[in-house]
Design a protein around this ligand. Structure first.
Ligand SMILES: CC(=O)N[C@H](C=O)[C@@H](O)[C@H](O)[C@H](O)COP(=O)(O)O
Length: 234
């Protein structure tokens, strides 16, 4: 898919992240493809997904463009979103339109650099590249290194970034002062109000996961809030 076509499809729109980890009740590509179909029927224009099998199933079920990642933990590195060439290769094989990867400056497993991962993607595929970042400086670095756009995914998940309960709107604002950076807002966007605030602050598009596709967390939010409000009533 051409960069312009992808950007046109997602501008001011909702991208839904459909992910479940092994051990979670919804884990498995059949359920994730159904989940993504439900998201499509609700108006999602693209799907963020984890793992080759899920990506293939989701693409087949929805026909929507995917942002593919592979979460894999290695010893001695905090980088787990598409950390090495192995995951990049699996994503290329999945047929995903976009590969998202950790674009922080942290040391990756096998000491591979962001630049090497990007060079490999460009040489071996037509995939677009999304850099997951946690600070504005990382956003700049990701674009300079060759990412097509950046996502605020990792704010709150690196020890040195802002640790917020809500989405990092400030980061969106900071990144938007650089006109070379296309920003996808991602991470703790928990309501339509949050999503439109992100766009107002300069996001090009919004990625929502938990509040749409993690029913365990959504249920728990209800239960906890109900408990708190009921205690007040008594
Ligand atoms: C930090 C990290 O590993 N984020 C992951 C990246 O793919 C996912 O676990 C998140 O669900 C996704 O970013 C969407 O965010 P939220 O679920 O908050 O709407």
């Amino acid at each position: 898919m051409k960069k312009m076509d992808f950007l046109k499809a997602v501008k001011n729109q909702l991208i839904v992240s459909c992910q479940a980890a092994p051990g979670e009740p919804l884990f498995g590509s059949t359920i994730m493809s159904k989940m993504s179909l439900a998201a499509k029927e609700g108006g999602a224009v693209a799907i963020r997904a984890n793992g080759k099998e899920d990506i293939i199933a989701i693409r087949k079920a929805t026909g929507l463009p995917t942002i593919g990642i592979i979460k894999r933990e290695y010893e001695n590195s905090g980088v787990y979103i598409t950390p090495t060439l192995t995951e990049v290769q699996e994503l290329i094989e999945s047929g995903t339109e976009v590969i998202a990867l950790d674009a922080t400056r942290r040391i990756r497993p096998n000491n591979v650099s962001l630049e090497e991962l990007i060079a490999y993607i460009k040489k071996n595929s037509h995939c677009l590249i999304m850099g997951d970042v946690s600070t504005a400086a990382e956003g700049k670095y990701a674009i300079e290194a060759g990412c097509d756009f950046v996502s605020t995914t990792l704010s709150g998940y690196t020890p040195y970034s802002r640790q917020l309960i809500e989405a990092d709107f400030e980061l969106i604002k900071e990144l938007s002062t650089d006109s070379n950076i296309i920003i996808l807002a991602e991470g703790r966007i928990n309501s339509p109000e949050d999503a439109s605030k992100a766009i107002k602050f300069g996001a090009y598009s919004v990625v929502v996961g938990t509040s749409i596709t993690r029913p365990t967390v959504v249920t728990k939010r209800f239960v906890d809030k109900m408990k708190a409000l009921t205690i007040k009533l008594n």
